[in-house]
Ligand binder design. Structure first.
Ligand SMILES: Cc1cc2nc3c(=O)[nH]c(=O)nc-3n(C[C@H](O)[C@H](O)[C@H](O)COP(=O)(O)OP(=O)(O)OC[C@H]3O[C@@H](n4cnc5c(N)ncnc54)[C@H](O)[C@@H]3O)c2cc1C
Length: 352
C-alpha cells in the first residue's frame, strides 16, 4: 500500500512531540508521530515516580500519571502513531515532499517536519564491571521503581549528579538506611541538595565506586556490594536490599539530513532556531529540548509552548492561506461534540 502523505511528520514522542500531535489535530492537520522507543513519553519514562510540581494548571502529580495523560491528549485527533521506529535520515523528493526514512528503510512522506527529538534516544548508563556477570538482578535499578519498594530497606545509591543526590535525600525518609557512593571527592549536584543530603542521615562515601555485585543463593538478587576506594584501591563490602545506579545517560543522537536540509546546530546536536520554533531550513520546525534559542526553557511548559509555535508555523507552511495561529479550543468542532457528551454525563450524574 502506498505510504500516506501527511501534513506533518513529528519526530519524537516525548512531551514536545505529543503536544505537537495534539495541537496539529486542533489546527486540522493530518499528523504522523514517530517514536524510536516502544513507549511514548520521552524523558517522562525516566522519572515515573517523581512528583511534578511545576506544570501549569496541574496539581502535583507523578511523572507516570503525567505521561499517561499526555499520551491520551496526544492521541485526541487520531494521529498516525509509530513506536519502535527510529528516524535515521531526512531528505526531500522531486515533488518537494519530505522523506523521513526509518531504521528499517521505510520512508514516511509529509509536507513538513517537526523535530521533537530532545537530546536523542536516551537510555540510562549501565554498570560496567570488569569480569563480573552483571545480570539484570531484581534489586538492581537504573530507573526508580515505586518508592514503596524501599520502605524499611537498605538502599545503596551510586552516582554524584542531581538525580543520585535527590533520590538519596528523598529515600532517607522512606528507607531504613541509605548509602550514597560516589567515585569522586565532591558531588556535581545542586549544592542546596548536597547540603540537604548531608543532613538527611544518609551514609555518604566519597572516592568509592562499585567494584562487584555479589548475588544471593537464588542468583537473582544482589546481597552484598563490593566497593573499591578509588584512591587506595582498598576493597570493602556492604549489604544492600536494593542498588540504584544513577550514572547519567547514553544518547543515540544519530540522524542524518540531506546536505542542503541540514539545520544549523548548537553544540553539535541542538537546533539553533528561534522562539517561534523555526530552524534554519524552511519546512523543518523544532520543539522542546532539541531546540535552542535565547530565553529557551528546558522544561515541560517550554516544550508545550514550542509545540504550539512549531505547529502554527508548519500549518502556515503547508497551507499559506491559513491563520497564523490557532483558535482557542472552545471553537473546535470536535471538542464541541465531546463537551455535549460530557455535559450530558454530568447532568445524568446529578439526577442520580
Ligand atoms: C530526571 C528528570 C527530571 C525532570 N523533571 C522535570 C520537572 O519536574 N518539571 C519539568 O517541567 N521538566 C522536568 N524535566 C525536563 C523535561 O522532562 C524535559 O524538558 C521534557 O521531557 C522535554 O521534552 P521533549 O519532548 O523535548 O524531549 P524528550 O522528553 O527527550 O523526548 C524526545 C523523544 O524523541 C525520541 N527520539 C529521539 N531521536 C529520535 C529519532 N531519531 N527517531 C524517533 N524518535 C526519536 C526519544 O526517544 C524521546 O522519546 C526533567 C528531566 C529529567 C531528565
Amino acid at each position: 500500500m502506498a505510504e500516506p502523505i501527511r501534513d506533518v511528520t513529528i519526530i519524537g514522542g516525548g512531551p514536545a512531540g505529543l503536544y505537537s500531535a495534539f495541537y496539529a489535530g486542533l489546527r486540522g492537520m493530518d499528523a504522523r508521530l514517530v517514536e524510536a522507543r516502544e513507549e511514548l513519553g520521552g524523558k517522562l519514562c525516566l522519572f515515573r515516580e517523581k512528583m511534578i510540581w511545576d506544570a501549569g494548571g496541574q496539581p502535583p502529580l507523578q511523572g507516570e500519571t503525567f505521561r499517561k495523560q499526555l499520551v491520551e491528549q496526544g492521541k485526541t485527533f487520531d494521529p498516525e502513531v509509530l513506536t519502535g521506529t527510529k528516524i535515521a535520515a531526512i531528505r526531500k523528493n522531486g515533488q518537494g515532499l519530505f522523506e523521513a526514512e526509518d531504521h528499517r528503510g521505510q520512508v514516511h512522506l509529509s509536507k513538513s517536519i517537526i523535530m521533537a527529538n530532545g537530546g536523542g534516544i536516551v537510555t540510562p548508563q549501565k554498570l560496567r564491571l570488569q569480569g563480573a556477570a552483571v545480570a539484570e538482578m531484581d534489586n538492581l535499578h537504573y530507573t526508580m521503581p515505586s518508592l514503596a519498594t524501599f520502605t524499611g530497606k537498605t538502599v545503596l545509591i551510586s552516582g554524584g549528579g542531581d538525580a543520585a543526590v535527590d533520590w538519596a535525600e528523598e529515600l532517607s525518609g522512606i528507607a531504613e538506611k541509605v548509602i550514597l557512593v560516589h567515585r569522586r571527592d565532591n558531588f556535581c549536584a545542586h549544592e542546596a541538595q548536597v547540603e540537604k543530603v548531608k543532613r538527611s542521615g544518609a551514609d555518604i562515601l566519597l572516592n568509592v565506586a562499585i567494584h562487584r555485585l555479589l548475588a544471593d543463593k537464588t542468583k537473582t538478587r544482589i546481597e552484598m556490594v563490593e566497593l573499591k576506594d578509588t584512591e587506595t584501591g582498598a576493597l570493602t563490602r556492604v549489604g544492600a536490599d536494593h542498588v540504584v545506579v544513577s550514572h547519567g545517560y547514553e544518547r543515540d543522537a544519530e540522524l542524518g539530513f540531506e546536505a542542503d536540509l541540514e539545520p544549523l546546530r548548537k553544540d553539535g546536536h541542538f537546533f539553533e532556531g528561534s522562539a517561534d520554533a523555526a530552524t534554519s531550513v524552511p519546512g523543518i520546525f523544532a520543539a522542546g529540548d532539541c531546540l535552542s534559542y535565547a530565553g529557551k526553557v528546558n522544561l515541560l511548559v517550554g516544550a508545550f509552548q514550542d509545540a504550539v509555535n512549531a505547529v502554527n508555523r508548519a500549518k502556515a507552511f503547508v497551507d499559506p492561506g491559513a491563520h497564523d495561529r490557532g483558535m482557542v479550543s472552545s471553537h473546535n468542532e470536535r471538542f464541541k461534540e465531546r463537551n455535549r457528551t460530557l455535559i450530558r454525563e454530568l447532568a445524568d450524574k446529578v439526577k442520580q
